[in-house]
Design a protein around this ligand. Structure first.
Ligand code: ZN
Length: 237
């Protein structure tokens, strides 16, 4: 009898934990809190999203995950899915998976990219990455934006929120304001469009990698929904 009572007690505890988790996930459906008002987003029919595959410079494929997949290869797949997922919402986009510029020069490739985005009439740019660190325990998702870009911040917040909804067990590292000299700084600063660098997980962390490996299409759905919801917040100033 005592055992049954103990088991019942444990079951009760698990149920209340589960309810708490459900509540947490429900809360994610609310609007992101840190967004400056007005959000200043762009209406869906005017959007043309540049889907930039990170490490698209010649000779660069980015970090390699625990499972042996490099950033470029993983994100090239995400990009293909994303183009069609955005299309489902009536949002135009184009993929950039091969950057020009002088071989070996990050600055020169970012200049090339800025010009290319203008020529293609991009309205916002997303650059797809995944994180990596020497410390295998480093984990979680973060979205990077240029520190003075209010639109960049709001895109980053919406993308983070949406990715948290699809991957609720992945640690939320928040949005990160990037300044000159920070990693990713030139990508966020050089183009004239608001930009966001997505780092949805650490490829160098096993738990993260298990969560995201072969989930390119789910990640794409999360990003597409984030862009859609961000855009739906459009406020005419
Ligand atoms: Zn990267």
């Amino acid at each position: 009898m005592k055992d049954i009572k103990e088991d019942l007690f444990k079951a009760q505890e698990h149920i209340s934990n589960a309810i708490e988790h459900i509540n947490e996930i429900e809360k994610l459906k609310e609007h992101p809190k840190n967004i400056p008002f007005p959000t200043n987003s762009i209406p869906r029919d005017k959007l043309n999203v540049a889907i930039c595959v990170g490490h698209s410079r010649q000779g660069d494929t980015g970090a390699v995950s625990c499972g042996g997949i490099n950033e470029w290869k993983y994100n090239k797949k995400v990009a293909e899915y994303l183009k069609s997922d955005l299309q489902e919402y009536g949002i135009s986009s184009f993929i950039v998976d091969s950057y020009g510029g002088n071989y070996g020069s990050y600055a020169s490739s970012m200049k090339w990219l800025a010009k290319h985005l203008d020529e293609q009439k991009a309205s916002i740019a997303l650059e797809l990455h995944f994180n990596a660190a020497d410390n295998p325990k480093a984990e979680g998702m973060e979205m990077l934006y240029w520190h003075t870009s209010r639109i960049g911040l709001s895109i980053a917040e919406y993308l983070l929120k949406s990715c948290q909804r699809f991957f609720p067990l992945t640690k939320n590292r928040g949005t990160k304001a990037i300044k000159t000299g920070n990693r990713g700084g030139l990508m966020l600063k050089t183009p004239s469009q608001p930009c966001c660098i997505l780092e949805p997980f650490f490829g160098s962390n096993w738990q993260d990698w298990i969560t995201f490996a072969d989930q390119e299409s789910t990640l794409s759905q999360a990003i597409a929904l984030g862009v859609k919801e961000w855009s739906d917040e459009h406020i005419i100033l």
